[in-house]
Design a protein around this ligand. Structure first.
Ligand SMILES: [Zn+2]
Length: 332
């Protein structure tokens, strides 16, 4: 991935809201460690169970917890309905006594939709809930304008066909690439759960479609962990943690060194055994950290997907607390 939006987006709840978001406000992340209260307004026990077990996948990586209620609680952050369509608000929501839904997961109740697809929809919508935007709005989206223009046309068609009073300009606004200034951007990741499947005909310069990703990618997991860190230990600086069952080699650099000495001059490499942590590297906290990593089998990479030779950057805004743990997860 990955884009976590520093702006508040809402989804228009009268038409397909998944494709409609508007940038309104700054930082949409919940506070790390938050307990998010979720009320199922309707749906049956089977629907609730699927959402609970799937949404909790995010909490394996992000320091966040969900508390689910089938009966109306005193107050809630999220209110899920299984009616209408799939869509959600973006990011942090207030604790409220409101009885109106702010998340819709209609596909979950459709018997014709296969289980892995339903899980993908839940993971994707809960990604929005954690503040993650669509991957195709990433400032480093490498495939030209065709897909975004197609999204805009789809959006306008829905506005017209469903006879809403939304203005066509809204569709352009909602499908505008995000700017680096408004977001915390992790590297572009075509395997992200926040990316739609896209046929190759909409991808300039690519003959390969973007697949229908059905699980969190390695970079999704890393972005979740860095965006919602565990309670910080007393250490200052950064360290890497290999969460895979095979050795991983990490190459890293600190932006200060790059600017002073040129890329490559200060690259450092370490190899971590399965589940091993590096020691803490003490450093100036107000810098970006550049890194690449590869597992020894070559099956897993952590790097910029748009330019594989480029290092990915963990922006300094991601570790303003002065401590940064970088977990390298594999897809299991
Ligand atoms: Zn979406």
């Amino acid at each position: 991935m990955r884009v976590i939006n520093l702006t508040f987006c809402f989804l228009i709840l009268v038409i397909n809201p998944d494709a409609l978001a508007a940038v309104l406000d700054r930082d949409s992340r919940w506070q790390a460690g938050s307990l998010i209260k979720v009320w199922f307004i309707d749906g049956d026990q089977q629907d609730h169970q699927l959402v609970k077990t799937t949404a909790r996948e995010w909490t394996r990586y992000a320091n966040i917890e969900f508390q689910f209620f089938s009966n109306q609680p005193d107050s809630s952050h999220l209110r899920i309905s299984f009616a209408h369509y799939d869509g959600s608000m973006l990011g942090r929501q207030p604790l409220s006594k409101d009885r109106n839904p702010n998340v819709y997961l209609a596909s979950i109740t459709h018997p014709s939709i296969e289980l892995t697809k339903k899980k993908r929809i839940v993971l994707h919508e809960f990604g929005h809930i954690l503040g993650f935007e669509h991957e195709f709005l990433h400032p480093e989206w490498p495939f030209g304008n065709a897909w975004l223009e197609h999204q805009q046309e789809n959006c306008k068609f829905r506005l017209e066909s469903q006879n809403t009073n939304g203005k066509p300009e809204l569709c352009e606004q909602l499908n505008m690439p995000l700017t680096k200034a408004s977001i915390v951007a992790f590297p572009f990741d075509r395997l992200s759960i926040m990316q739609y499947p896209v046929p190759a005909k909409w991808l300039d310069g690519s003959f390969e479609p973007i697949p229908d990703n059905r699980q969190l990618s390695s970079l999704d997991k890393m972005a979740a962990a860095i965006s919602y860190p565990e309670t910080q230990p007393a250490n200052k600086g950064f360290r890497f943690i290999n969460r895979c069952l095979e050795p991983v080699t990490v190459s890293y650099d600190i932006a200060n060194d790059v600017s002073r000495s040129g890329i490559g001059a200060q690259i450092k490499r370490i190899t971590l055994k399965p589940m091993e942590s590096s020691h803490w590297y003490q450093t100036n906290i107000s810098v970006d950290l550049s890194l690449r990593a590869v597992s020894h089998s070559g099956s897993y990479h952590w790097r910029s997907d748009s330019e594989p030779n480029r290092y990915l950057t963990v922006p300094k805004t991601s570790w303003s607390s002065g401590t940064l743990e970088i977990p390298l997860f594999c897809s299991y």
